[in-house]
Design a binder for this molecule. Structure first.
Ligand SMILES: Nc1ccn([C@@H]2O[C@H](COP(=O)(O)OP(=O)(O)OP(=O)(O)O)[C@@H](O)[C@H]2O)c(=O)n1
Ligand SMILES: C[C@](O)(CO)[C@H](O)COP(=O)(O)O
Length: 237
C-alpha cells in the first residue's frame, strides 16, 4: 500500500440523489442494469476491492428502496443520512469515517451512479496519490468552448490543460472533512472543496467507461460498456 495512506481506508458513496435528469420516477441508482441495480453493481465492485475497510453509503432518509437490496445488510456496509446536496451527503460520510477510523483515516469518495469503475483504476489512484490527495479524471479530447450569456461562443479554451473529473476521489478524511465545512454552494466534487482551501490534488487518468449514469441515454451506454468489460460480444451490438 502507498505509504502516504497511513490509516484505514473508507469508501464514501453518495447515494441520496433523486435522479431528476434521468426522469425514471424513482432514484436512478435503483435502475436495473443486466439484472442488478446500479447500486448493486457499484457496491459489489467497491466491496471486492480489498484495501477498503468499510463502505459508508449516504442514503436519503426518505429512501424506501435501500433496505430491499440484499447488499444493504453486508457486514462491511454502514449507512449515513444523505443531505440536500451531494456535498452534504459526502460530508456526513466523511464525518463517520473519522469517527470510525480516527485522524489517520482516508476516504475514497465514489458516486453510486458510477457502476462501471475499474478496480485497476482505483488501484492506480491509490498508488499515485500524494499527501494532497488525487482524483480519477480524463483529459478532454474535444475542443472546449466557453459560452456567453446568450449561448454563443465567448472563447475557446486551451484543451491541453483541461480534464474532466470522475470518481473515486481520494483524500485524507480530516482534510476533506474540514474543507467541507461552511458554505457548500458550487461544490460539485470533493476536489473543488480541497482546492478552495489551497490544496492541489493529483489528476490520475481513468477510463471513459467509468460513466456517471445521469440521463436516459446513459443506461444504454452503461449496458454497452458493461458488455465490453465482460467480453460479452453478443450484447455489445
Ligand atoms: N443530495 C444528493 C444528491 C446526489 N447524491 C449522489 O451523488 C451522486 C452523483 O449525483 P448525480 O449524478 O447528480 O445524481 P442525482 O442528484 O440523483 O441526479 P439529478 O441531479 O439528475 O437529480 C449520485 O450517486 C447521487 O445519488 C447524493 O448523495 N446526495
Ligand atoms: C463528482 C462528479 O461525479 C465528478 O464529475 C460530478 O461533479 C457529480 O456531479 P452531479 O451533478 O452531482 O452528478
Amino acid at each position: 500500500m502507498n505509504p502516504v495512506i497511513n490509516g484505514p481506508l473508507y469508501a464514501v458513496v453518495p447515494a441520496a440523489g433523486i435522479g431528476e435528469r434521468m426522469g425514471a420516477g424513482f432514484p436512478k441508482q435503483y435502475l436495473s442494469l443486466a439484472g442488478k441495480t446500479l447500486a448493486e453493481h457499484t457496491l459489489n465492485r467497491l466491496l471486492s476491492f480489498a484495501p477498503i475497510d468499510r463502505v459508508l453509503v449516504a442514503v436519503s432518509v426518505q429512501d424506501p428502496w435501500w433496505p430491499t437490496l440484499g447488499v444493504s445488510t453486508h457486514s462491511r456496509i454502514a449507512t449515513v443520512s444523505g443531505g440536500a446536496a451531494r456535498a452534504e451527503s459526502v460530508r456526513n460520510g466523511v464525518t463517520r469515517a473519522l469517527e470510525l477510523g480516527g485522524e489517520n483515516a482516508w476516504v475514497l469518495v465514489h458516486d453510486m451512479a458510477r457502476p462501471l469503475v475499474r478496480l485497476s483504476d482505483i488501484q492506480n489512484l491509490l498508488d499515485q496519490t500524494d499527501s494532497q490527495g488525487a482524483i480519477l479524471a480524463l483529459p478532454v479530447v474535444d475542443t472546449i468552448k466557453q459560452a456567453d450569456d446568450g449561448n454563443h461562443i465567448a472563447a475557446t479554451l486551451d484543451r491541453d490543460c483541461i480534464w474532466r473529473a470522475l470518481t473515486p476521489q481520494l483524500f485524507p478524511a480530516r482534510a476533506l472533512h474540514d474543507a467541507l465545512q461552511g458554505d457548500l454552494a458550487g461544490i460539485t466534487d470533493e476536489a473543488s472543496a480541497m482546492e478552495r482551501v489551497g490544496r492541489r490534488p493529483a489528476l490520475v487518468a481513468g477510463h471513459s467507461d467509468n460513466i456517471k449514469v445521469t440521463v436516459p441515454e446513459d443506461l444504454a451506454l452503461a449496458r454497452f460498456y458493461l458488455a465490453c468489460q465482460l467480453g460479452d460480444e453478443e450484447n455489445m451490438l
